[in-house]
Design a protein around this ligand. Sequence first.
Ligand SMILES: [Zn+2]
Length: 562
Amino acid sequence: MPVQRRRSLALVVGLAAFLAVAVAGQAAARFEPAPGTVVVRDDFSRSEVVRFLVPTGASIGRPEIEAAAAAAGVPDRGLEERASGRRDVRELRLDTSLTVRSSFLSRRIDAARLRRLDVFHQNRLVLELHPWATVVGGDVRPLGSDLLFRRYAVTGPADLAYRIPASAMLGPLVLVLLLTLVPYLGVRAYTGRVAASGAGTADKVHRLRTAMLAAALVLPLALTAVWVLSGLVLLPGLLVGGLATTGSGSAAAQVVVTMLLLALLFLVGLVPVLWAAGREYRKLRGITVTPASRRGSARLALAFGLPLLLWLPLVAVPLTGGLPAAVRLGLQAAWVVLVLVTVPLLAVRVMPTRPLEHAVRARLEALVERAGVRIREIRVLDTRSQQVANAVVMGPVPRLRYVLVTDHLLESLDQDELEAVVAHELGHAKQHHVLVKLGALLLLAVAVGVGVALGSPLLRSVNPTVLVLVLPVLLVLALLLVQGGLGLVLERRADEYAAGLVGVDPTVRGLERVAEANLLKRRTGLLWNLLTHHPGVAQRVERLRARQPHQRPTPPAPTATA
Ligand SMILES: [Zn+2]
């Protein structure tokens, strides 16, 4: 079996095994309370959710529960009926607060009030707590736990106190440390082996790139799994809950803190691996690191990181509450436009760029003019530390977009080839590929939303832990297929545009020279292409050559002879 197919197969098998373990493990731990049970789940930072599992056919409904909440003196933030996923029970959820006292790592819940909420008088009260929490006061009996919750039957009327021992965070931190250290050592050993192998430089460079790509794909997923499985997922709630009061504002703060902590986690996990592979890569290509090139790399990293941070408020907007849905949607749309407009202006200032030399600039500007694409400026991007030969068009808005060509590209290509590469980028701009990709992302989000809404009775019957583990993997796969597949199509379209603007020959030569200058592997597998959003150069050249005959002007038709 070819190596590429073997790798794809290993990836699919690994993924299937992960899903199977997650589903099987969690199906076993699923909590099935009997009808008539009152379940209190403590979210720590937000509020307590009280679930009334009403037996089907019982006369107890909304009014009885609202009356019980009022009699118990429990503030009622709204009661909603939910599909329980079971035939024998209906579920009514009361969003409330039963907490008497709470501090950063400890809480006290008023069991007497909780008891008064037992509208069924069956004495079946269940308390769901973080797996990290330990009950230190009150009469409770452990009922078992799963990844997200530890459950207790409440047996007495006394106040319930529980706390989260600081040592509970040690295990997760050790796990994170292992997930940073083990891949780092693995990649270091692998890059050492690659360097020592007898393969050609281009082949070695490709293997290093594969290692970096695999790490960039697998490590975030693995770290997310650790984040959920180890209970670190509770940390934002603890941090926000320790500082803020309950309410929708704290929910938004929690989302932002979660995203920031996850970003930090990914950074801590990925940087050592990428550094190890990057060091070997520089050695192979004979790149020496200077203080100036290090500054350049830092500025590039900042230019990539800043726009990502700018998307954060978008995630938190839906949780701010209070505002009508239409206003929230309007705010989000306005934010998207603002980010799209400002990111290129911001990025070009953060990146190490400089003006283009006059003669080259005049020629490229003539090309831009000929293409009818409106841009702000063409600039040179310094990539001394990586030696990247590439060009990019930044920004979807005419007049507010930049074309960047890298220093290495200018050194490696002649004028015609350079024009072809820039023409390819102009093709992306002319056909609004950034917006097309964004639109596809939006469609995917809508599709997921509709899917979740339609499948919600089914989803509710699935253990939440399984969803938390499985959905991100499925989402990443969908993203990979949709964005990767679309990326491949758009690259082809941009190639065709370039061939139409400057001719097939310069376009092919440009592609070949870029591949040479970047030590790219010429023929690549589908998985690699999907991940990088680019077909292999060999495939691109073949496609352009294949369409060449149609490009030639058709010869005049032979005159009919009598
Ligand atoms: Zn492209």
